[in-house]
Write a protein that binds this ligand. Sequence first.
Ligand SMILES: NC(=O)c1ccc[n+]([C@@H]2O[C@H](COP(=O)([O-])OP(=O)(O)OC[C@H]3O[C@@H](n4cnc5c(N)ncnc54)[C@H](O)[C@@H]3O)[C@@H](O)[C@H]2O)c1
Length: 265
Amino acid sequence: MIELQGKSAIVTGGGSGIGMGIAKILSMAGVSTVLVDKNFENVRKVSDSLAGNHVPYKADVTEERDVERMVSFALDTFGKIDILVNNAGIVGASNWWERDIPNDDDWDQVHSVNVRGIVRVTQAVSDHMKVMNYGKIVNIASIAGRRGSPDLPHYSTTKAAVISWTQSSALQLAEFGINVNAICPGLLWTPMWEAIARRRTLISKASVSEQDGRDFFEKIVQDTIPMKREQTPEDIGNLCAFLVSDLAHNITGQAINVDGGRFSN
Ligand SMILES: NC(=O)c1ccc[n+]([C@@H]2O[C@H](COP(=O)([O-])OP(=O)(O)OC[C@H]3O[C@@H](n4cnc5c(N)ncnc54)[C@H](O)[C@@H]3O)[C@@H](O)[C@H]2O)c1
């Protein structure tokens, strides 16, 4: 187990799926966290479920004032921010799965959360990290950013942008002792993938049960993942804990797949 005692972090999108897994692993390593989500009730439940020092905070990463307040709140609470995990992400505007082709709202909102949200939060937090001459930033991209997608082109585009932003911001921040890396998760059965499975199953069926979606997901895992198993939020948390530790102090600007061997770059 990696030891990160005394470190404090902001994890966005901490109320669900991958964010919850990252929070759990960081918490086991001794990190104190401000868990941020636009859904306060979810993030409160996650904070309550973890041992250690964790505080829920409601913020929308697309809102500049929310982000400013979030950074002030984290500094008031823990005195410093050593680690930032930019995990909050979406696949489309509301009811995106009802559309065969993403509309303007889908393109705009996905860009606003997945790209502009990460840039905005990074800029706000790195101003503080620069003063400390220390910081660790991890962006959650996706294997969708490695290859195009016929039905989620807007989502894939944003995830490719996250990989590119990771490279640019790593170069901007290297002289301040700040590492910036991305993780590209493969296939995880979270509320996000449940919605994707519903959408893809609906293409061939009039109505879809929860089990239909899960069966579809399991088939995709068997057909596309060489190791024949789905990835878990804890898998992503484990790599995150390594990347934010000083064991990884010479790794920056990288995007690392956690996908059971699906892609080699
Ligand atoms: N599930 C997968 O298979 C998979 C694969 C690759 C990458 N990812 C990426 O991992 C990240 C987490 O995905 P997940 O599967 O856990 O999804 P999820 O939908 O379960 O969780 C996303 C969380 O982000 C929060 N959120 C969304 N927009 C926000 C905003 N504007 N401000 C603050 N919080 C916001 C949501 O409320 C939710 O709690 C996303 O960036 C996603 O693109 C997921």
